[in-house]
Design a protein around this ligand. Structure first.
Ligand code: HEC
Length: 132
């Protein structure tokens, strides 16, 4: 009986880890289809940079290299490297910024504060960081 319990517990943990992996480590195929409607002009990058410095730099760092986190927030990922936990396309990045990363929402949704065209400006700006 006891052994059965432990076996089930182990299976449960394994299943939870697997589900978590499938849910979190994948991008969003629907969002990935979204096309960036805003060209990465100097104006777009400047607008994106201003918004980034205002809203995002506190957590992701002034240059997008990521942050160490705090008591109440986990470390914010580097946005200049090739690793994108929630998808690497413009559309997926757009969705992460607009809707946040559930369920914790340590990465908050910004859709209520930043309008769509400006979110695309931020996407363009983040992209420009990666090229350096
Ligand atoms: C309070 C801290 C905080 C602020 C402010 C913040 N973020 Fe985040 N961000 C995070 C954390 C933490 C994660 C990781 C979430 C996860 O994976 O569960 C994240 C994840 C992301 C990701 C996904 C990265 C990947 O690897 O897929 C992007 C893109 C992003 N943030 C962009 C932004 C932008 C743009 C802003 C400003 C509009 C912003 N963040 C503001 C904490 C923050």
């Amino acid at each position: 009986m006891r052994e059965f319990f432990y076996r089930m517990l182990f299976l449960g943990i394994l299943l939870a880890a697997l589900t978590n992996f499938l849910l979190m480590a994948q991008g969003d195929p629907e969002a990935a289809k979204m096309k960036n409607p805003v060209a990465a002009t100097p104006e777009s990058l400047a607008a994106g940079q201003a918004l980034y410095q205002r809203y995002c730099a506190v957590c992701h760092g002034k240059n997008g290299l990521g942050g160490s986190g705090s008591d109440i927030s986990p470390p914010a990922p580097n946005l200049t490297d090739a690793e994108w936990k929630h998808g690497s396309t413009d559309g997926e990045i757009f969705k992460v910024i607009k809707e946040g990363v559930p369920p914790e929402l340590s990465m908050e949704p910004w859709g209520d504060r930043i309008k769509d065209p400006d979110i695309w400006n931020v996407v363009n700006y983040i992209r420009s960081l990666a090229k350096k």
